[in-house]
Write a new protein. Structure first.
Length: 439
């Protein structure tokens, strides 16, 4: 197991996030890291020929990714780690430009459940993918405009006297579109297309369609008296994606298959071809079982030997808002991975899966925390219950502590990411790890 210093682990996470301003960029970056580590790309449309001990990855929609190291003993099942590549925010509509007076705005819709007020008065830009019509056929290109391009200026307090008492609120249709230009002789649509064409070095007429997200332009940073915290966009849930990625890359082959699944669309319910509610993971698991020569009964027996970890960020205790937390479950920043519980199955954890993860942390020397939501507040959910129900695999929900979840810029502990990587690495090696400890 590779050892990471807290500072180095946090820095690699910030670098990963900087290169991943959209789900498509996150999968591209993860694919690059996997290939650099010797993983072989698979194509869902091609026949597969898998070898025990070899390492593979496959993508779907260019926004979801599954990677695995094939185990040598199919009967021992699979250890899976799941996370998601998407984050809540603003997405650009197909007819993107909107002129009001002599200013150009972007027509956007809300994706998931962001804290909309955090988009105000920030240097914003665009990232995502664009489809072009080229002489060779349709071509998909990634786009990331790194410079400040958009802004959502606040209304002055003189015109919104109650903002500090009532809170900053935006009408999602009329008040949320960010400004990007002063109008000129071009129409609004022409102006926006010219902007994209310039960034992509193509003709405006070649632009067919796009999926673009509004993104922050400020790089992630360390902060605090001892730089003991980090702040960045999309910590939820790129921190879990990066932790799973590093854990798999660092884990040597073992009798049991080790697999990570990074899904899209978790923030909007996971029901898509690239989401946890779709067929992607089950399709890959069935193809792995076929390559291993397992009949249907043996597949089910192997699944009973498997274990699934749903990795998503956890709510850290905030000293300014103690009334928002369950008194006996105050999660500390820089306190280690968090096991998340919910009796109504918003999380997949049960007593047995919690005990297994607790034992793993104890044997590895990693601190472990426990979180339950206040009973009088609605609790969010994860991909954990979705996949536990579909696959019938024992499961647990865990994550690193986080402040300001779903803000444009979230904060976490600089020490926690190294512990997350170590815990996930130990989980992927749990068979060999337990055997070594038993000697």
């Amino acid at each position: 197991m590779t050892s990471y210093s807290p500072r180095a682990a946090a820095q690699t996470l910030l670098d990963f996030i900087a290169a991943s301003p959209s789900p498509w960029h996150a999968v591209e970056r993860a694919s690059h890291e996997l290939e650099s580590a010797g993983f072989i790309a698979l194509d869902e449309t091609a026949r597969w020929s898998l070898r025990p001990g070899a390492r593979y990855y496959v993508t779907r929609n260019a926004s979801a990714l599954i990677a695995f190291t094939l185990g040598s003993d199919p009967a021992q099942g699979i250890t899976l780690i799941g996370a998601h590549t998407d984050s809540p925010g603003l997405r650009v509509k197909p007819q993107a430009a909107d002129r009001q007076g002599d200013l150009e705005r972007l027509a956007v819709e809300v994706y998931g459940g962001p804290i909309l007020a955090t988009f105000a008065d920030r240097d914003l830009s665009l990232a995502g993918r664009v489809v072009l019509d080229t002489p060779e056929g349709l071509q998909t290109r990634l786009l990331h405009i790194a410079r400040p391009l958009l802004r959502l200026p606040n209304l002055a307090i003189h015109m919104n006297r109650e903002v500090n008492e009532a809170g900053l609120k935006f009408n999602k249709q009329t008040e949320l579109p960010p400004i990007f230009a002063i109008s000129n002789a071009l129409t609004s649509a022409q102006r926006f297309r010219a902007l994209l064409a310039q960034e992509l070095n193509c003709a405006a007429e070649a632009l067919l369609s796009w999926e673009l997200a509004v993104c922050d332009t400020q790089a992630g940073v360390f902060w605090g008296a001892e730089e003991e915290f980090i702040a960045a966009p999309q910590l939820d849930n790129l921190a879990s994606c990066h932790g799973a990625l590093r854990a798999l890359i660092d884990s040597p082959p073992s009798p049991q298959t080790a697999l990570i699944a990074l899904f899209d669309h978790e923030e909007v319910g996971s029901e898509s071809s690239a989401g946890a509610g779709g067929s992607f993971l089950n399709d890959v698991l069935e193809r792995i079982a076929q390559q291993q020569g397992l009949n249907p009964e043996d597949q089910q027996r192997a699944r009973r030997q498997s274990f699934f970890i749903s990795a998503d960020m956890a709510h850290a205790w905030h000293p300014n808002f103690p009334q928002a937390y369950e008194p006996g479950h105050r999660i500390r920043i820089n306190g280690g991975p968090v096991i998340k519980y919910n009796a109504n199955q918003r999380y997949s954890t049960n007593a047995e899966s919690a005990a297994r993860f607790m034992a793993l942390c104890a044997k590895t020397g990693i601190p472990c925390q426990h979180y339950a939501h206040r009973s009088d507040l609605g609790c969010g959910s994860t991909i954990g219950p979705i996949l536990a129900a579909r696959l019938g695999i024992p499961a647990i929900d865990i994550g690193s502590p986080l402040w300001a979840m779903h803000s444009l810029r979230e904060s976490a502990g600089a020490a926690d990411h190294a512990w997350l990587i170590q815990a996930l690495s130990a989980a992927l090696q749990r068979k060999s790890f337990e055997q070594k400890k038993a000697r």
